[in-house]
Each structure stands twice: as C-alpha cells, then as structure tokens.
Design a protein around this ligand. Structure first.
Ligand SMILES: [Zn+2]
Length: 167
C-alpha cells in the first residue's frame, strides 16, 4: 500500500480554507490567520518518497487515493520529482514554476499553488543533500523477491478507502 501521512491538513479557523501548516508559526495562505498547527511536511514527504521509490520504482505510486489536502499536495510533489528526475533540468525552481503554470486548482484551493511551490523547494533542499537520492540507492528493489510473483499487481488491488484516508 502507498504510505499516507497521519496529518490531513489544517482548516483555517477564520476563513475555512484548507492548507498545509508546513512551517512553525504558519498562517493561512488565504486570509493570513495564524495557526498553532505544524507538520514537518517536507521531511515527512522525503521519507515517503524514499519508501515509494523502493516499493514502486517511482515517487508517485501506481495508485494514490487523495483523501485529504495533505494527500493531494503530496501527490503533486511525488509527480513533480518523478518528472524532475526524468527531465533533469538545470534550474529546479524554474522547472517547478513551469510544471505548476498550467495547474488548475479547485475553487477555494487556489492558495495551494504558492504552498506547493514553497513545499517543493523545501523538499528539494533536503533531497539534494541526502545521499540516499544519489546514484542507485533507491532503485526499485522488491522487499522479498520470492513473494513478488504471487502478489497481485498493485493496479488490481481494490482501494481500501478507510485505510487509504488514514482512518
Ligand atoms: Zn484563512
């Protein structure tokens, strides 16, 4: 199963916008209201990226159920880094802006554009310094090669909504 965070996202007490409280003393990107919520989102995302790469060969797993705003943002980050490695552009920031330029956000979620950009750069700062992401360390390797042949393909696995949503 793909790995989901326990953190579902933060709902602004003032305007109701959902966002990721990825910094300490974070404020709502839609209205500026402060929150006490905090999730070390970049570090958690890096950990999940490593697991997914080993399990699936990509950061974005074969199936990804978005049960929360945190899932949605993580899914975008996974895809971004898969594309980054495929294209290997020189300038990461410019690449992120290009990738997000055509994104269409749900109504009321437009503020996520700036959040995703900030989170992508935070993740990249860890990523580029982490030796696990260099060379072949994270090439897909089955956890138990003997079991691999008898396991159903991930795409044939029905989505378990309860556990996928982190309940
Ligand atoms: Zn707000």
């Amino acid at each position: 199963m793909p790995i989901h965070l326990n953190y579902q996202g933060t709902v602004c007490q003032k305007c109701g916008a959902e966002f990721i409280a990825h910094g300490k003393n974070c404020s709502c990107p839609a209205c500026g209201q402060t929150t006490d919520d905090f999730c070390d989102f970049a570090a958690e995302t890096i950990a999940t990226m490593k697991d997914h790469k080993q399990l699936y060969g990509n950061y974005f797993p074969q199936s990804w159920f978005s049960g929360s705003i945190a899932d949605t943002v993580q899914g975008i980050i996974f895809e971004l880094f898969d594309n980054y490695e495929a294209e290997n552009p020189e300038d990461f920031t410019a690449f992120v802006l290009t990738q997000l330029a055509d994104a269409v956000w749900e109504e009321g979620r437009e503020h996520l554009a700036i959040q995703v950009e900030g989170i992508a750069l935070e993740v990249f700062n860890i990523y580029r310094q982490d030796p696990d992401f260099k060379g072949d360390a994270l090439k897909a390797k089955p956890i138990n090669p003997k079991l691999k042949d008898i396991q159903p393909k991930p795409s044939d696995t029905p989505i378990d909504i309860d556990s996928a949503a982190g309940f």
